[in-house]
Design a binder for this molecule. Structure first.
Ligand SMILES: [Zn+2]
Length: 109
């Protein structure tokens, strides 16, 4: 639907809403609009939960032991906690203090 047609439709719906609101009461106009707003908010919230709940880790990802020639550490920017990685379960860094930890790899000789 192109823009002029969409604008004309919005103007027509607004005129119809004003006519219905003044003749039969504004509850008839505002109640469906409030219902649509609540429905849109609920859908957006649930989609957001679904999107943030996905970690990108599939069931096929097997934990892999980290090689002995390198040492991988994660450190928390907020509190300074450091974690040594012994088995890599996924490519995502762990979280601490509500943020992702920073990865630091050292090659051991
Ligand atoms: Zn922390």
């Amino acid at each position: 639907m192109n823009r002029p047609v969409r604008i004309a439709l919005v103007v027509l719906v607004a005129i119809a809403a004003v006519v219905i609101g003044t003749q039969f009461g504004w509850r008839i106009v505002l109640a469906p609009l409030l219902g649509l707003a609540i429905w849109a908010w609920a859908r957006a919230t649930l989609r957001s939960f679904l999107r943030h709940g996905q970690t990108g880790v599939s069931a096929a990802d097997e934990p892999v032991p980290v090689g002995s020639d390198e040492r991988t550490m994660y450190w928390c920017e907020e509190c300074g906690t450091e974690v040594v990685l012994t088995v890599r379960g996924s490519g995502l860094p762990p979280r601490h203090c509500g943020t992702r930890m920073h990865e630091r790899s050292e090659v051991l000789s």
